[in-house]
Design a protein around this ligand. Sequence first.
Ligand SMILES: O=C(CO)COP(=O)(O)O
Length: 251
Amino acid sequence: MKRQAFIAGNWKMHKTTGEAVALASGLVDNLRGVNHKIMIAPPFTALQAVSEVVKGSNILLGAQNMASVREGAHTGEVSVLMLKDLGVSVVILGHSERRLIYGESDKLINEKVKLALEEGLEVILCVGETLEQREAGKENAVVEEQLRAGLAGITEEQLRNITIAYEPVWAIGTGKTASPQDADNMHAHIRKVVAELYSQTAADSLIIQYGGSVKPSNVKDLMAMENIDGALVGGASLSVENFVPIVTFDK
Ligand SMILES: O=C(CO)COP(=O)(O)O
């Protein structure tokens, strides 16, 4: 079954507002008419300005994280209500940098996923093993646990608004990409877990992105795999020169 391709750019902690507007404008100009699903996630500080740039285009506005509660005494956090107010429609949750650098647990991530869905946002839920876990042969178990915990309490209907991003930690920002076959094997495993948790129909329609050193030179081979439906791109999403050929991988 062919699923819609979904290519997303995670800008991480890059771009001042001026730089972000320039990049977003270049993308709007160069991606007009492309009918894959496209999202960019600038840093919080540039969301408002980029929102104006992408308004009315085929590029969705994403956020890189959000708080697990709607509002309150949470110094330094950003609420889902604030994101919606700026035109954000997708939020990346459970990124390995949030898990590993900021200690986010599966339970906290699950709270965020539930809140985002309740508030009508789409979610990109990131999962992936570290090098140590892969070398110990534990990658399938690790990813399965992240999925089960991250999706706890989520209904099959809500699952339609979730994209899973498989991002092996050892492939992020390292220039090392998982081979298309390794990535496809994990994506098939993710689909199997989702079939067990929900149904085969839910598993068949689930969009699963691969992330980790995706570049113009390797995107085509990754996207050719049966279970790979998209990409979550870090470094190569930071320039028009690199991100446009990734989004238009089939041109
Ligand atoms: O973490 C990633 C996207 O969320 C991947 O980052 P890189 O593409 O820079 O490896």
